[in-house]
Ligand binder design. Structure first.
Ligand SMILES: Cc1ncc(COP(=O)(O)O)c(C=O)c1O
Length: 443
């Protein structure tokens, strides 16, 4: 497509956007199990109003936008309060990946300054989010992946064995994405403290849900700042905080440690430059919307939504475990879980679900399907379970449906050459944008 020569009217543009979006996955109808965390039209209206009111503001300039300075500070202290350390120092970032990137950078630079570690290493369980790998890759830090115990939680003995003099950070998840279980944070943090190493808890998923299910009386193992030795936490507002996309918080127990996250340049002709996180300009809309939703919902609203989510999760898990060929993996504490099959190809079941209009997320090692339950799933429990039962019975009797995706996933899962699999992924990213024009195509 060429750069447009002529201006187009709003009346021409808006329908083109609405039309394109109307063909996206039906997240409002609960057909997808990730990516969108919709908490209802009342929440959406508050978010949109806050976002559009602050639309042109820029978090890079707290002097000009004192409003954002106030909103960001208050989001951080509200989150610190929720996670039992009101004095925590922190910043808002664009999402979980940036929060984790910042925690790893902070650990790297803290260890350089305090311990003169030249070749830093971080240790994470295999279930930790790839954001840690991305951080290690970008920041030139070594990363060691440790195995899990039988209950799919991090094996603390394996972490203990992996720690060296170069270790700067160990991490656990609350909960981890693949299986929704919480790592033994108290043990990991105790180990880290004993070795003088920082400990990050990735609570991107759990930070704004676990405190409320704890209030509802669910058993939640300790994972937040109440655990001595936890030095930083990532908490995603745009997941179970229900905020607009582009909002997360990274918190530190100790303000002096947080200072290693910052970046400043003092001799640039453009002036003195300082920035707390990775981004330069930062969308004020995301900051204002986060502040708005925390105030709009409060403990009351978040607890109400948590109840809906937990009841829905329990019904889904029970229904899935009732299907003889399927089984939910481990004992997930929250609203995130995976299910697998010992007897049939679960990727073929996913293909059959695709045909019924669902968008199941495929996982590997082992092959399983993944669900993140949000308030919209309240209305789909029975339709989803009956389609899942039908899909499973179909695959048990007939094998795979015709889409062929199962064959691809099955092949990639089994390939021992993981570098080749990485290349398949890189190729598919390459195809996402700037596709080469088909020379045979006509206008
Ligand atoms: C546990 C966990 N950590 C980190 C992330 C990364 O968050 P984001 O996609 O907002 O960068 C995710 C995303 O799903 C996650 O589930």
């Amino acid at each position: 497509m060429q750069f447009p020569q002529k201006s187009a009217s709003r009346e021409e543009i808006t329908p083109r956007i609405t039309d394109a979006i109307s063909r996206d996955a039906n997240w409002r109808g609960g057909k997808i199990f990730s990516l969108v965390y919709f908490a209802g039209d009342d929440v959406a209206d508050v978010l949109k109003e806050a976002y559009t009111t602050a639309f042109y503001t820029n978090g890079l300039g707290p002097g000009a936008f004192k409003s954002l300075k106030k909103f960001e500070s208050e989001v951080i202290s509200m989150t610190g309060d929720l996670l039992h350390h009101p004095e925590a120092a922190g910043n808002m970032t664009s999402g979980g990946t940036e929060s984790i990137l910042m925690a790893v950078k902070t650990a790297r630079d803290w260890a350089r300054a305090e311990k003169e570690i030249a070749h830093p290493q971080i240790i994470v369980p295999v279930t930790a989010h790839p954001a840690f790998d991305k951080a290690a890759h970008y920041l030139d830090v070594d990363i060691v992946h440790t195995p899990l115990r039988d209950d799919l939680r991090a094996d603390v003995d394996a972490i203990r064995r992996a720690i060296t003099d170069n270790t700067v950070l160990v991490a656990g998840s609350a909960p981890c994405y693949p299986f929704g279980v919480i790592d033994p944070i108290a043990e990991i943090a105790g180990l880290a403290a004993g070795r003088g190493v920082l400990c990050h808890v990735d609570a991107c998923l759990g930070a704004y849900l676990l405190p409320f299910i704890e209030r509802l009386g669910y058993a939640v193992p300790p994972w937040d700042f109440r655990v001595p030795g936890v030095t930083s936490i990532s908490a995603d507002l745009h997941k179970y905080g229900y905020s607009a996309r582009g909002a997360s918080v990274v918190l530190y127990r100790d303000r002096d440690v947080r200072r290693h996250q910052f970046f400043a340049v003092s001799d640039w002709p453009g002036g003195l430059y300082g920035s707390p996180t990775l981004a330069g300009s930062r969308p004020g809309g995301a900051i204002a919307a986060a502040w708005a939703v925390l105030n709009f919902l409060g403990v009351e609203g978040y607890t109400r939504l948590a109840r809906v989510i937990m009841d829905t999760t329990a019904a889904l898990i029970e229904g899935i475990n009732d299907i003889p060929q399927l089984k939910v993996l481990g004992r997930p504490e929250m609203s995130v879980f995976a299910f697998a099959s010992g007897s049939l190809d679960v990727y073929a079941v996913a293909d059959a679900l695709d045909e019924a209009g669902w968008h199941p997320d495929r996982q590997q090692l082992p092959p399983s399907l993944h669900c993140m339950v949000t308030p919209v799933h309240d209305t789909i429990v029975q339709p989803f379970l009956s389609d899942l039962r039908r899909a499973t019975e179909y695959v048990a009797e007939n094998g795979a449906v015709s889409t062929g995706r199962a064959a691809t996933y099955g092949m990639l899962d089994k390939m021992s050459d993981r570098a080749a699999v990485r290349n398949v992924v890189l190729d598919s990213i390459d195809r996402l944008t700037g596709a080469k024009r088909d020379p045979a195509a006509r206008d």
